[in-house]
Design a protein around this ligand. Structure first.
Ligand SMILES: C[S@@+](CC[C@H](N)C(=O)[O-])C[C@H]1O[C@@H](n2cnc3c(N)ncnc32)[C@H](O)[C@@H]1O
Length: 364
């Protein structure tokens, strides 16, 4: 392994990426629901669909403070903030960023203020398609959340779009990305899981081939603005990582203190040993960030797929290209979450995409 690494790292670009990632040190992460409440109800939202809010009310102030203290002692240094809608609790976010690096997912309706939240925070602003689709899916057909979010995060250096692509609406990707880029923001993709079994365009079982092609196209058009790589897009959309098929047995980010996962921890597949997905009470954990007992074949969550790739370096050591696939996935994760210098690192995005140019054309 050491010899292979040495050989691949004789490439100055790869060496630079590798040393930036390594110099960030050990990342110990958790995810928390900052609040169990939300100001909208998205169609098929995994959180409300699985009743993750039920029986886990938002922690009181004292519990919250104690929780942060305990996590610091445990060695946690990175927190993914979800829920519920985190923008409803800016003061709690301020407390988090004083002691941890953090990444928050927001629906974009209410702006996360700058004051006290300038540093240590990466903001993923959700969007699900063009105005019509987004409003239908997230705004009950009445709210134009996308327009509001564009205003809220115009040229905001903390923000990127977290675009959940719906399988039947791949044609909406390019025009929406055009607007996001013109708004001064980067874009990462996530893939919609049809938890309400709406079928047709929403149905993840129809596959994400068209979505993948549309992502390739925006990478071509905006190579320095797209965080999603063609490699990760392939992994999420096909569900294959070498000989492994995506599912509970291989997913590497789940609550390791929760007895429901103890058998999984014995099956030999890698996992993040200190990860926990805390409910809004900050006292209990659930199986994983996006599920209690849902079937993982409906999960295309990009963060969990990032982790799957990142914890499988050994599989990626066969050739320099495979190592590049692994390293650039790591690098993008660190960059998006500001675990390395963002201004310096973002200059590498276009070259990363160039290094991942597909050798095999996608089927038409
Ligand atoms: C549950 S939300 C919580 C944070 C915040 N309220 C928001 O909207 O971003 C976290 C992320 O999950 C995404 N999400 C929710 N349900 C999903 C589903 N069924 N398939 C894919 N992504 C989903 C949302 O779009 C959002 O980006």
């Amino acid at each position: 392994m050491a010899n292979k690494l040495k050989e691949y790292l004789s490439d100055p670009f790869l060496k630079q990426l590798y040393s930036e990632v390594r110099s960030a040190g050990k990342i110990q992460s958790i995810s928390i629901d900052l609040t169990h409440t939300c100001n909208i109800r998205c169609t098929g939202c995994y959180y409300f669909n699985d009743n993750m809010d039920v029986g886990h009310p938002t922690a009181d102030e004292e519990t919250f403070d104690l929780f942060l203290e305990n996590e610091k002692k445990r060695g946690t240094n990175f927190i993914t903030i979800v829920g519920g809608e985190p923008s409803l609790k800016p003061d709690r976010m301020r407390k988090i960023v004083k002691n941890f690096k953090a990444s928050v997912s927001t629906n974009g309706l209410k702006k996360i203020p700058m004051e006290g939240l300038e540093e240590n925070l990466s903001i993923g602003v959700s969007v699900w398609g063009n105005r019509e689709t987004d409003s239908k899916m997230r705004g009950n057909g009445k709210l134009d959340i996308f327009s509001q979010a564009l205003k809220n995060y115009k040229n905001d250096p903390r923000a990127f779009w977290y675009f959940t692509a719906i399988p039947g609406y791949a044609d909406q990707i390019e025009p929406v990305v055009e607007e996001c880029v013109a708004n001064g923001n980067h874009v990462l993709f996530n893939f919609y899981g049809d938890l309400e079994t709406l079928g047709n365009e929403m149905d993840h079982r129809r596959g994400f081939e068209q979505t993948r092609k549309a992502i390739e196209k925006v990478i071509e058009r905006f190579p320095d603005k797209i965080f999603m790589t063609s490699y990760l897009s392939e992994i999420v959309s096909t569900g294959w990582l070498y000989d492994q098929k995506w599912g509970y047995d291989v997913c590497s980010s789940f609550s390791t203190n929760n007895p429901v996962n103890f058998d999984r921890m014995k099956n030999g597949n890698p996992f993040s040993p200190d990860f926990r997905a805390y409910n809004a009470d900050l006292q209990t954990t659930r199986r994983c960030c996006t599920g209690i007992d849902r079937d993982c074949s409906s999960c295309f969550d990009v963060w969990q797929h990032f982790s799957w790739v990142m914890l499988n370096l050994k599989k990626h050591l066969g050739t320099k290209q495979e190592f590049t696939n692994w390293l650039t996935t790591m690098y993008m994760f660190y960059l998006i979450n500001r675990l390395i210098d963002f201004d310096k690192g973002s200059k590498n995005i276009a070259e990363i995409h160039a290094r991942l140019k597909r050798e095999v054309a996608l089927p038409i």
